[in-house]
Ligand binder design. Structure first.
Ligand SMILES: [Ca+2]
Length: 451
């Protein structure tokens, strides 16, 4: 433990929490004497309104996510949480580095079999940082951040990798698994068998059991409910799913149900290990819902791949019983780039200035401190220079979807669906936001791959 910085940051954080929200009784001997374990549960392409804990939830999916909902119920629900990307790989690059991925050319998805790169080696991941802080680190699930050996999760800060390198794969066993779709344990292919979402939940639970005695960071990167739409027969037979009229939506619901079951298995593993109270569990989703596979983003406009709210605004909940008061709602906008600095603060690890992070530590707001008065600005761009670009600043969202046309302005406090373009009413505001957006864009590089 000599190289580990295990206490100072947590003590500082806990001190802050005392003034903001009374910490709970730990209920276990050493809970406050070591930094929390961190578990990130990341869904893939799920709909904004497809979870019971969302304010606007589709009634057909509401009964299918009790385990995921429990994270919000027992902790905090974010109502304005964003990803920095609108598709899988760039979004993960932002989340893992805490930096706008367009700064380092990771702006487009990595195509299957692309062998010329991946998450640029200039970048450090949250796993790199947490390992330096003494954490054991694991990535369970899909990687989608590069196929060449130098880009393998084991080279990017993760002690354990259990999952596939590609962005998706069949849920049922493949007769002839390909090297990028087979589930690897580190670099070794594992035998095909079982349902992938179940296997990921089981692998995550095993990791928790094996590492309960030391601080750990566990990223569970589900392939669900990304296509293919292969649900288990037993889930499709459940009355709550069998009664959904549309076949595509039914299958999608089956994928979500299986993911919720795996989340339940992971939460149970934390309970059984006696470390639930001092574990931060984050649930979120990597990009807006893919309506093509049956996801619904009501009431948001757009879907995966777009910079409308439906492409980048995602469900998010965090539970840490020791610090976060149950039933907390956080309306302050936050972005996945905030996770890295938040985790490092919890781990008592200083963030090096040269890391040039774009996010910020959310500890105070998780502890109940109201920071809704602060105006934050988030930026998005997809498809490189000349491609769609957008900004949110406080209540305002500027969307420049087509650079040949004028940007559009929306007041999200009144119009979360981005229905009414107010650009004509606020020309001065539009030109100020446009200036900020272009200034941000001037700091970016062109995408390293993709069309
Ligand atoms: Ca995705």
């Amino acid at each position: 433990m000599d190289s580990r910085n295990t206490g100072i940051g947590l003590l500082a954080l806990t001190a802050c929490m005392h003034s903001c929200a009374a910490p709970r009784d730990v209920g276990q001997g050493d809970g406050r004497e070591r930094p929390p374990n961190i578990v990130v549960l990341l869904a893939d392409d799920a709909g904004y309104s497809d979870f019971g804990f969302q304010r606007v939830c589709e009634p057909d999916l509401a009964p299918l996510t009790p385990q995921i909902d429990s994270i919000a119920r027992d902790g905090a629900c974010f109502t304005s949480f964003y990803m920095s990307g609108a598709v899988c790989s760039p979004s993960r690059a932002g989340l893992l580095t805490g930096r706008y991925q367009q700064r380092f050319g990771h702006e487009k998805n990595i195509a299957p079999g692309y062998m010329k790169g991946g998450l640029p080696l200039t970048e450090e991941t949250v796993a790199d940082h947490l390992r330096e802080a003494g954490y054991v680190t694991a990535c369970v699930g899909k990687w989608h951040l590069g196929y060449p050996e130098d880009y393998h999760p084991n080279e990017r800060g993760f002690d354990l990798f259990y999952g596939c390198l590609q962005g998706s794969r069949p849920y049922f066993p493949m007769e002839e698994p390909t090297p990028h779709r087979v589930l690897l344990e580190n670099r070794e292919p594992t035998p095909e068998g079982g349902y992938v979402t179940d296997r990921l939940g089981q692998a995550a639970a095993r990791f928790i059991q094996e590492h309960a005695a030391e601080p750990f960071f566990l990223l569970v990167s589900f392939t669900a409910p990304h296509g293919p739409l292969q649900a288990k027969a037993e889930d499709l037979a459940l009355p709550a799913i069998a009664s959904i009229p549309k076949a595509r939506r039914r299958k999608y619901a089956g994928l979500v149900k299986a993911m919720d079951d795996s989340v339940g298995e992971i939460l149970l593993a934390l309970e059984r290990a006696g470390i639930s109270d001092n574990t931060l569990v984050v649930f979120t989703n990597d990009n807006g819902g893919q309506t093509g596979t049956g996801a619904l983003n009501t009431p948001l406009r757009g879907k995966k791949g777009t910079l409308w709210e439906g492409g980048v605004r995602v469900p998010a909940a965090m539970r840490w019983p020791l610090v976060i008061e149950a039933g907390t709602t956080i309306d302050s906008p936050a972005i996945a780039l905030d996770l890295l600095p938040t985790f490092l603060a919890m781990a008592g690890q200083d963030v090096p200035v040269e890391a040039a992070l774009d996010g910020r530590d959310l500890s105070a707001c998780l502890g109940g401190e109201d920071d809704t008065e602060e105006v934050r600005t988030f930026f998005w761009r997809t498809k490189g220079g000349g491609g769609p670009i957008a900004l949110r600043q406080g209540q305002w969202k500027l969307v420049w979807d087509d650079r040949e046309s004028a940007p559009q302005l929306f007041d999200l406090s009144e119009d979360i669906s981005e229905d009414v373009d107010l650009a004509g009413e606020y020309p001065v505001l539009v030109s100020e936001l446009e200036r900020e957006l272009l200034e941000w864009e001037s700091e970016l590089m062109e995408p390293l791959w993709g069309r």
